[in-house]
Structure formats: structure tokens, C-alpha cells
Design a protein around this ligand. Structure first.
Ligand code: FAD
Length: 372
């Protein structure tokens, strides 16, 4: 049987970067993934010349110079800037809340006028907010709440804003400038050629086996390597012995349309209560509607996103950061700490919402301490 220094379970960003670093330091690595593709959740699939973000739209953004210098070794990033649009019953608003939004909402022209309008509406809530609705109104006023927050949030959580706790919304950034650059990060963009190509570049020359579920053949795999880096779900590793960690889920409905332009923007949020989807992603606009040779694409692909309840066995998307799940995670973490020769990492291994840049930083950090 072949012997590896590291068996890396999961070919997402975390696993791939650890494998790259270990390989470059002379360690022999095997990467396995239970899916039939590399890249984990950032996987993009080319359809009609368009890179479709199969597990949800991914926009890279970071202020971390080290992460940026690292990742740009494996991809050139285009200058895509995330500027989502809100559609409230056919009225279009610029996001995040900024002077374009306020002008459209109230006809105000100056920052003073906008600030005064918000201030006047915030006064409606007196004392401590008791729920998310009161919290949102106390931060930005009723008009913005009703048109841009209420429906979207209720669809996301499957509950009335009055029944949601106020702490879910701690801040609601209000920009008194004409700035709809959502992330406002120093570096932002989409890898030219797609995320899959970027991951393939990271994994170049490293042995990868797809359609392999580590947990189904754990003993066999453990015998093949000195150490394991596990980026799957921590509760699955322990066979859910303490119960399931919960996730919030998203369902995507993809459609190929025989027209070049559906909504003129990568992301449009539907902020009313009646429209069942939360947003529509039009994938081609992440790459300005062009194929890799700079040609205009005749068709377009859209994904309607529906927030859905998560049930065990569904694709895990967002960890639920409430007390119950936090306590359960800590118990699993204590079990993990007792395991020998295994590193738990990444969004599922650490049950943590990680943006891509944070996952890269985390993988580099562990590689630095682990690989001497
Ligand atoms: P994953 O990508 O989940 O990789 C884990 C891999 O392990 C998977 O391929 C899985 O198949 C494999 N695996 C699991 N169990 C096993 C097993 N038993 N055997 C073998 N293989 C296994 N970040 C941003 O910076 N910008 C964004 O715009 C953004 N948008 C997002 C949108 C959504 C809907 C979601 C859910 C996340 C988003 N993120 C975004 C976060 C980003 O997806 C993560 O930071 C990143 O994908 C995490 O990488 P990872 O390697 O930890 O996990």
C-alpha cells in the first residue's frame, strides 16, 4: 500500500492550500473528495461559456495583503465589484444603503437631508428594541425596513421579523456617500477563468482522487498516511454521536435563458415578502458578460436562490451561530482534541462561517505551524 505523509480530506480551498504548502515543502500528499469535482463550495462549472457558481455566488474580497499575494500566484482576478440591486415590487434600489438608495426612496439630494430623514424615522422606537423589527427600525427607520429589510430577512429565516431576536442585526451600515461597492475591500474580484481553474492551479502535480468518501473507508485511508487533514463536517466524523450540528440551507434553481441579458447585474435581491426567492444571480456578469476570449455571450444563466430549512443529509451551507449549536460544537471540539494525528480545519471541520480569505489565512497559518 502506498504511503503518504498527509491524507487531505476535502479539495476545497482549505484542503487544497494545505496540500500545496505540504507538497512544496517535500511532503507526499493525497487529496480525496467525496464529490466528483474539486474546489468544494467555490466550484464553478462552465455552461454555455459561462462559469456557473454551483454552490452559491462567490466574490473574493480581502484586506489581507498576505492572502492576496498568496492567492494571486494561482489566479489573475478581474475587477468585478459587488454592487447588488434590491428589487421591491419592481422598484429598484442600490445596495448597500447609500445616497443612491436614499435619493430613490425619498428624493433627498444631500447627505444632511438623508441623515435627517433616517433620524426622524428612527425615533419611532422608544427604549430597548424587543425584536428584529424594532431593532431595524431603530437603526434605519421604517421605510428602509419595510422595503429593503423585512421581506428579505423573513424569507431568509422563515419567520416574521417580530419573532426574530434583535441581536441578529447589530449594525446596519448607512453610507451617506454615493458608494455602492458592497464589500469595500482593498482587493476584490473573480478569478479569471473561474474558481475551478484556480483550484486546479493550486493542486497542480498533487494526487487527487474524487468520489471517495473518507468516512466510508476510514481505516483503510488512515493506514495510508502518517497524518490526516480533515475538512469535512466535525459531527459526521464522530458519527453524530452527540447529535447533529445545524445549518441553514439554500436551494438553487438554475435556468439557461436564450437572451443575452436578464437583469443587467450579477445579483438582484428580492426584498418583498411575496416573491418566493431571496435573490437571482446572473452568473455572466461576474465576468462582464464575456467568455474567456472576450466575446459577448449570446445566452445567460440565472440562479434563483431560496432559503430553506436544513435537514440532516442536506448540503450544509451556513453554520447556525446560536448558543445551542455553539455548545454542541465545543463538545465535538473536545473529542477532536483527543484524536491523534488529525487536523480539523475549514468551514465544516471548525463549524464556522469563513469567508474565502479567512479560510486561506487559516490554512496558511496551520501549514506554517505544522510543516517544519
Ligand atoms: P468546502 O469548500 O466546503 O470544502 C470541503 C470539502 O470537503 C468539500 O469538497 C467536501 O465534498 C469535502 N468532504 C466533506 N466530507 C468529506 C468526506 N467524508 N470525504 C471526502 N471529502 C469530504 N466567501 C467569500 O469570501 N465570498 C463570498 O461571496 C462567499 N459566498 C458564499 C456563499 C455561500 C452560499 C456559502 C455557503 C459560502 C460562501 N463563502 C463566501 C464562503 C466560502 O464558500 C468558504 O470560505 C470556502 O468555500 C470554505 O472552504 P473549505 O475548504 O473550508 O470548505
Amino acid at each position: 500500500m502506498e504511503n503518504y505523509d498527509y491524507l487531505i480530506v476535502g479539495s476545497g480551498l482549505y484542503g487544497s492550500i494545505f496540500a500545496r504548502e505540504a507538497t512544496d515543502k517535500g511532503y507526499k500528499c493525497l487529496v480525496i473528495d467525496k464529490r466528483d469535482n474539486v474546489g468544494g463550495n467555490i466550484y464553478t462549472e462552465k455552461v454555455e461559456g459561462i462559469n456557473v457558481h454551483k454552490y452559491g455566488a462567490h466574490i473574493f474580497h480581502t484586506n489581507n495583503q498576505k492572502v492576496w499575494d498568496y492567492i494571486t500566484q494561482y489566479a489573475t482576478f478581474n475587477r468585478f465589484t459587488n454592487s447588488p440591486v434590491a428589487n421591491y415590487k419592481g422598484e429598484l434600489y442600490s445596495l448597500p444603503f447609500n445616497m443612491y438608495t436614499f435619493n430613490k426612496m425619498w428624493g433627498v439630494v444631500t447627505p444632511e437631508e438623508a441623515a435627517a430623514k433616517i433620524e426622524e424615522q428612527r425615533k419611532e422606537i422608544k427604549g430597548e428594541p424587543h425584536n428584529l423589527e424594532e431593532q431595524a427600525i431603530s437603526l434605519v427607520g421604517r421605510d428602509i425596513y419595510e422595503k429593503l429589510i423585512k421581506g428579505y430577512t423573513e424569507k431568509q429565516w422563515g419567520r416574521d421579523c417580530k419573532d426574530l431576536p434583535s441581536f441578529i442585526i447589530k449594525r446596519l451600515p448607512v453610507r451617506l456617500t454615493f458608494d455602492n461597492n458592497y464589500f469595500n475591500a482593498l482587493y476584490q474580484g473573480i478569478p479569471v477563468g473561474g474558481y475551478t481553474k484556480m483550484i486546479e492551479n493550486i493542486l497542480e502535480g498533487i494526487e487527487v482522487r474524487l468520489n471517495e468518501d473518507y468516512l466510508e473507508k476510514k481505516h483503510e485511508y488512515d493506514a495510508m498516511a502518517t497524518k490526516v487533514v480533515y475538512t469535512g463536517a466535525i459531527d459526521a466524523y464522530f458519527n453524530y454521536s452527540l447529535g447533529n450540528l445545524e445549518y441553514r440551507s439554500v436551494r438553487f434553481e438554475n435556468e439557461i435563458l436564450d437572451k443575452p441579458n436578464f437583469q443587467g447585474n450579477a445579483a438582484v435581491n428580492y426584498t418583498d415578502c411575496e416573491t418566493p426567492w431571496t435573490r437571482i444571480i446572473e452568473h455572466k456578469w461576474f465576468e462582464f458578460g464575456k467568455d474567456e476570449y472576450g466575446n459577448d455571450l449570446p445566452k445567460t444563466i440565472i440562479s434563483r436562490e431560496y432559503s430553506s430549512e436544513w435537514n440532516p443529509g442536506d448540503e450544509p451551507y451556513y453554520p447556525v451561530n446560536d448558543e445551542k449549536n455553539g455548545v454542541l460544537y465545543k463538545k465535538y471540539r473536545a473529542l477532536a482534541d483527543k484524536e491523534k494525528n488529525i487536523i480539523f480545519g475549514g468551514r465544516l471541520g471548525e463549524y464556522k462561517y469563513y469567508d474565502m480569505d479567512a479560510v486561506i489565512a487559516s490554512a496558511l497559518h496551520i501549514a506554517e505551524s505544522e510543516l517544519k
